[in-house]
Design a protein around this ligand. Structure first.
Ligand code: GDP
Length: 181
């Protein structure tokens, strides 16, 4: 089955987003404590694709050697996955562009791994602030190594905003795959 990976800094709202997409509140554990998702998890959605939950990167509170281990674990996943169709890099809508996210997306780009950006927690901002932050992000991306902004989604796990768009996007790709096989 095709796989879609979800990844981001710890506390970015990944578990909440996964629960929203899977439509089950207890599927992936949410917590206010960063770094709780530590191993790779697969969730089968609609019986036709796997949502892959990868460990968060960029914890503040772990040692350098643990960070390194996680980084190579994550990178190995990306370099070895044959079923991986697209990955979703989660970005907290409230935050300025962060170096660690930029570097991670560069890694994906260098290895020709398709990715989209998911701006999370959009309900935490006023619409004007949200728009400003996203425009700022687009500016940052396109002024570095990216010729254009990757496909992106704006989500809120609180209001389910962006849920249909994301699921439709994935379904669209899956249909294309089925028709070609
Ligand atoms: P993870 O560490 O990336 O899996 O992040 P979690 O899903 O556990 O979320 C971290 C914190 O942010 C928790 O306190 C969540 O309740 C909160 N959170 C996550 N998504 C949203 C969202 O869309 N809106 C709001 N208001 N809070 C969110």
């Amino acid at each position: 089955l095709p796989e879609y990976a979800f990844i981001g800094r710890s506390n970015v709202g990944k578990s909440s987003l996964i629960n929203m997409l899977a439509g089950q509140n207890k599927l992936a554990k949410t917590s206010g404590r960063p770094g709780k998702t530590q191993l790779i998890n697969h969730f089968k959605i609609n019986n036709n694709w796997f949502l892959v939950d990868l460990p968060g990167y960029g914890y503040a509170k772990v040692s350098k050697s643990i960070k390194k281990t996680f980084q190579s674990f994550i990178k190995n996943y990306f370099l070895q996955r044959e079923q991986l169709i697209c990955s979703f890099v989660l970005i907290d809508s409230r935050h300025e562009p962060q170096k660690i996210d930029m570097e991670f997306m560069e890694f994906l780009g260098e290895n020709e791994i398709p990715f989209c950006i998911v701006f999370t927690k959009s309900d935490k901002l006023k619409l004007s602030e949200l728009n400003r932050n996203i425009q700022n992000y687009i500016k940052k991306m396109t002024s570095t190594i990216w010729e254009e902004m990757p496909q992106y989604f704006i989500t809120s796990a609180t209001s389910s905003d962006g849920k249909e768009e994301l699921l439709n996007f994935i379904d669209g790709i899956n249909q294309g795959i089925e028709e070609n096989s």
